[in-house]
Design a protein around this ligand. Structure first.
Ligand SMILES: Nc1ncnc2c1ncn2[C@@H]1O[C@H](COP(=O)(O)OP(=O)(O)O)[C@@H](O)[C@H]1O
Ligand SMILES: [Mg+2]
Length: 317
């Protein structure tokens, strides 16, 4: 099907193709552009693309967009799980911190536009400024560049996104931010496999997904859906991190497996993906995240080692 579609394209359009994904009756075409201005100039080719695809009378949903972000970042990593509450935001922040400890220039994008939690996790209360090119300047938080939709909206008002608003919000976070050149952009990916996720995957050139899960069967079931979603989009998976794996009793030192044992290993074998680490359930993590001081987690030498090892494995990929 893909080849048949491409055959109908003009040569000018063909050389712009970055990726084409077909998922049931949905098609996602990503076209390459140097920058946003060039993307605007290439609009007629985007229209051609849409027309040629609709001539097939097959797709119910045609999504065409330009990707312009890649050059700013050496690597884009999304931290994902299909399930909420498994620790994606906590891991995103800690991966950003540990990559920075390993000498990398890091940015953190809160992609969870329904429940942005990075501002609270890092205790950022300031609003970002806009530069003379009308781009949003990311907040520099102890050397990490951070952006979240939470900076741009009123936290107290509930978010009800309609399709076009959602698209433009994501586009803003991607294109209208004056990121510096970074080694890593870590994205806290929203839970689920809906249109928000698909839009982000289409618009950003993602290098890897880092999958986080708890060992609990109900979390694994959702995480499988997430892994399949990345596989559909041909996005490589860097590895699995098992979070809240066990709890070590302060008094007797015994490990208690609160959510079951070896769930991460199970997924790792099932999908042939590396298990990069197991993070215990630890009050140092939740307390410091609640108080906006996740950097203090690293005073605990065991936790320090675990996070650094996960980031070292990411750097090796
Ligand atoms: N390893 C851990 N130990 C203790 N608490 C944790 C751990 N990981 C996450 N938490 C806590 O669990 C809650 C959910 O984590 P969060 O990162 O917000 O999940 P998600 O982003 O997947 O919804 C938060 O209150 C967080 O502080
Ligand atoms: Mg979250």
């Amino acid at each position: 099907m893909k080849d048949k579609i491409i055959e109908t394209f003009s040569n000018e359009l063909r050389i712009l193709i970055d990726n084409i994904i077909i998922k049931e009756k949905k098609i996602f075409v990503t076209l390459k552009a140097e920058n946003i201005d060039q993307a605007k100039e290439l609009e007629p080719l985007k229209i051609e693309c849409e027309q040629k695809i609709s001539n097939f009378n097959f797709f119910e949903d045609i999504n065409i967009s330009f990707t312009t972000i890649k050059k700013k970042f050496s690597k884009v990593i999304v931290v994902s799980s299909c399930k909420g509450g498994v620790g994606k935001s906590t891991l995103s922040v800690n991966i950003a911190l540990s990559l920075q400890k390993l000498g990398k220039k890091v940015g953190l994008l809160d992609g969870d536009i329904y429940g942005p939690s990075i501002p609270k996790l890092l205790n950022i209360n300031t609003k970002p400024d806009v530069n003379d090119k009308k781009k949003i300047i990311p907040i520099n938080h102890k050397g990490i560049e951070v952006i979240s939709i939470g900076f741009l909206i009123d936290e107290k008002k509930p978010l009800v996104w309609r399709g076009p608003m959602l698209q433009s919000a994501i586009m803003q976070l991607i294109n209208d931010v004056a990121w510096n050149s970074l080694d890593y952009l870590v994205i806290d990916f929203p839970p689920g496999t809906g249109d928000t996720q698909l839009t982000i995957m289409q618009k950003i050139k993602i290098d890897y997904a880092l999958i986080v899960t708890t060992p609990q069967e109900i979390a694994l079931a959702d995480t499988r859906k997430g892994i399949n979603m990345f596989n559909t989009f041909n996005i490589p998976i860097a590895g699995i991190v098992e979070n809240m794996s066990y709890f070590v009793c302060d008094n007797c030192g015994t490990k208690h497996f609160l959510f079951g044992e070896n769930g991460g290993e199970k997924l790792s074998k099932e999908f042939n993906i590396k298990l990069l680490g197991k993070i215990p359930f630890h009050s140092t993590i939740s307390k410091n995240c609640d108080s906006g001081t996740p950097e203090l987690i690293y005073n605990n030498s065991d936790l320090n080692k675990i996070y650094l090892n996960i980031s070292k494995s990411l750097i090796k990929q």
